[in-house]
Design a protein around this ligand. Structure first.
Ligand SMILES: Nc1ncnc2c1ncn2[C@@H]1O[C@H](COP(=O)(O)OP(=O)(O)OP(=O)(O)O)[C@@H](O)[C@H]1O
Length: 319
């Protein structure tokens, strides 16, 4: 379990982390989401003692990182995949790490196998692709078979197969009762991977809840209703206070009313329904609403005259 209490980090005039308090529970995958500069990496670095809090505390299983006797067995972290001696092979890098922590070479072979690095383990890390570097970073984090895993952007640079692998691995590790805390900019991926998310913006916690609750709390959830008597139904729903828009004859997009309420209203009036579909907001919608005022760089409106490399994308606007 990771517990942050009033965690604060200032760099000169910049407050990177501003009185953050949260708990990351074992047995589930917790996602850490936030726009560029929100303080995610700084928070993760403080968890593993690479940065010292200006105020507040953060502990892993009740102790600050530095207080753990064998930290590698307690906490595994992927913070900067490029922070590896590039002249060494992956196997030698892992063996050097293992040797200084009393970990067997058998375990090195295990993590190489587990992370799919077998065919490149004896090649120089300097020639690794970003994805291979990420796998090596994850192998390093797993080396001590830790109870807690902290992964900063683990799917960054991975191909779809690699992304799926990280998803399955993190779910599997959480299923074993471990604490898994990972940051990502890929909202759609987080929706598939995380059970719980902590959303941050400008160093503060904006949401800390199960993924389903964050999505349900987003504005914009609606119900698609199809009826041969859509006009009459629209009248009744409006009278009951719902918002209704019509995009094609017979089809209503209803907000402010649940599918059950709409079904009951239609049944009470004897109106036939041909479709009644709740359309929930995606995690991305919820995330954009939560962080709308917190991003450092707004893309405002997308300029249609920009094209190719000049055109901002949703992802680049968030980063
Ligand atoms: N060593 C440092 N010195 C000065 N300012 C820093 C330092 N590290 C981070 N910051 C600032 O602190 C804020 C939070 O940065 P941080 O890297 O933690 O955010 P982040 O959420 O991880 O962002 P990203 O998604 O870009 O990785 C930013 O404004 C950043 O410029």
């Amino acid at each position: 379990m990771i517990e942050a209490t009033g965690l604060t980090k200032r760099y000169g005039p910049t407050t990177a982390v501003d009185h953050m308090s949260f708990t990351v529970q074992p047995g589930r995958v917790t996602g850490f989401l936030g726009p560029n500069g929100a303080g995610k990496s700084t928070t993760m670095r403080m968890i593993v003692g690479l940065d010292r809090p200006t105020h507040g505390t953060v502990t892993v299983n009740g102790h600050r990182y530095a207080e753990h006797r064998a930290p590698l067995h307690e906490v595994g972290a992927l913070l900067d995949a490029k922070a590896v001696h590039t002249g060494r092979s992956a196997r030698n890098h892992l063996r050097a790490m293992a040797a200084t922590h009393g970990i067997s070479t058998k375990r090195v072979d295990e993590v190489i196998e587990m992370t799919g690095l077998g065919s490149v383990a004896d090649k120089r890390v300097g020639g690794f692709s970003l994805g291979m570097g990420q796998r090596l970073g994850i192998a390093s984090a797993m080396l001590g078979d830790p109870q807690t895993l902290i992964l900063d952007e683990p799917v960054n640079g991975l191909d779809p197969e690699g992304v799926l692998w990280v998803r399955n691995l993190t779910k599997y590790l959480a299923g074993q009762g471990r604490t898994v805390f990972l940051s990502s900019h890929l909202m759609s991926e987080m929706a598939l991977t995380a059970d719980h998310i902590i959303v941050v913006g400008r160093g503060r916690v904006l949401a800390d809840a199960p993924v389903a609750d964050v999505v349900a709390g987003a504005q914009g959830s609606s119900v698609r209703v199809r009826s041969p008597q859509a006009g009459r139904l629209e009248e009744l729903l409006r009278r009951a206070g719902a918002g209704v828009t019509t995009t094609e004859p017979g089809l209503l997009e209803v907000t402010g009313s649940s599918a059950e309420q709409i079904g009951d209203t239609a049944a009470a009036a004897g109106l036939p329904l041909h479709e009644l579909t709740p359309v929930s907001s995606s995690l991305e919608d919820a995330y954009l609403q939560l962080t709308a005022d917190e991003v450092e760089y707004h893309s405002s409106t997308l300029d249609p005259t920009l094209s190719g490399a000049d055109a901002p994308t949703t992802e680049s606007a968030l980063r």
